[in-house]
Design a protein around this ligand. Sequence first.
Ligand SMILES: Cc1cc2nc3c(=O)[nH]c(=O)nc-3n(C[C@H](O)[C@H](O)[C@H](O)COP(=O)(O)OP(=O)(O)OC[C@H]3O[C@@H](n4cnc5c(N)ncnc54)[C@H](O)[C@@H]3O)c2cc1C
Length: 393
Amino acid sequence: MAGRKVIVVGGGLIGLSIARALTQRGISDVLVLERALLCDGGTGKSSGIVRAHYGVPSIAKLSWNSVPTIEALGSDIGFRQVGYSVIVGDDNAEPLEANIAMQQGLGIETEMIAVDELAARWPYLETSDIAAAAFEHRGGFADATQLGLHFGQVARDNGARIKQRAAVARILTSGDKAVGVELTTGERIEADDVIVAAGWWSKALLAGVGIDFPCDAYRSELLIVDAGEPLTDLPVISDLVSLQYCRIEGSGQFLVGNSDHDAPENKFVDPDHYSNVASEASIEKYGEKVMHRFPGFPDPGVTHTYAGVYDVPPDWNPVIQPLAEIQGLTLCAGFAGHGFKMSPAVGDLVAELLLEGDSTDPDIPAADFRLERFAEGKPLRSLHPYVGAGEMR
Ligand SMILES: Cc1cc2nc3c(=O)[nH]c(=O)nc-3n(C[C@H](O)[C@H](O)[C@H](O)COP(=O)(O)OP(=O)(O)OC[C@H]3O[C@@H](n4cnc5c(N)ncnc54)[C@H](O)[C@@H]3O)c2cc1C
């Protein structure tokens, strides 16, 4: 194993976590190639929400296993452990209870919370249309870029090299083996392993070696709302009634994201050329949802907006796999707006797959994340899906 040369394509959170995990296990000849600057892609736009509430057990466990790393870094990565709450209407009360029971079975610290208690604890909230709610006290939010840069630093400290402004043009192969990459400058770099962690852009790199990675680019708009007074005690909220998610931003502001993924204008955008502000129609629509859910805000107003792009496979779950077709080529992408919170455990999983050949956590079967599942018609789906709640998995 020592002396194994590894190239990681993509200096976002996932590529940097993989570099960190490999170097921590003694693979020090790791080169991260980033076409722009570190964390310049989806990572730089992340809302940084931390929670383990997912209906796919392996995804919930990847997220849960990541919590201790995020807690240990704490304020160094801007972590605020304000808790996380999911709120649902009548139609989703049963799936919520089933998901909480499943997550508790995995050891996740989460519980149902009475709606009255929710109202008493957070008086800003409108609760008349909430039928059931759950609370994760170890949830919260942090800064994705700072976590990515931290992983990059740990990787460097352990011997990795990071090259920015180094765009990979193609993966080099010899027979059915990956042997390195060629940069857009024409420079060729050899390696024993090539790991593609380039978010949505992974699709084109894989197409270059004849592998189809079905992955769409999906635009997501965010609003920063000023509540009119400082907000200090609100948990992160996934509102599955109004289809929005929200958290505190800074001291007196509020970040609101859209969880309604049906808007056709947001699908299939070009991630290199997209509008970085919310449309007037979105501001009006999301603004109304905020006013409905938080009628207690004294003087709310939208201060600014922006947008980011998710890398979205058909089942909204990632591919994490040393690929069967080409030896030495690993894909780790398709996190569909959820990769921040699980990034520590994802890096560890990739290192385990490369060095030990399998996942070491029985609750995280490597088979869940195979690329072949799409062609086989076996998507990775929630055990207890929410009705009409987009892809809250
Ligand atoms: C608006 C938004 C909100 C989000 N909110 C949350 C959240 O609240 N919680 C959560 O868990 N997750 C969230 N996410 C998702 C999470 O941030 C991402 O899943 C995660 O940061 C993705 O990391 P990545 O490394 O896979 O991709 P990226 O950060 O996109 O990194 C890929 C990198 O590859 C580089 N690259 C591309 N092509 C090449 C090439 N040919 N050669 C070299 N480099 C290349 C890119 O420049 C980029 O830096 C959100 C994402 C967005 C967009």
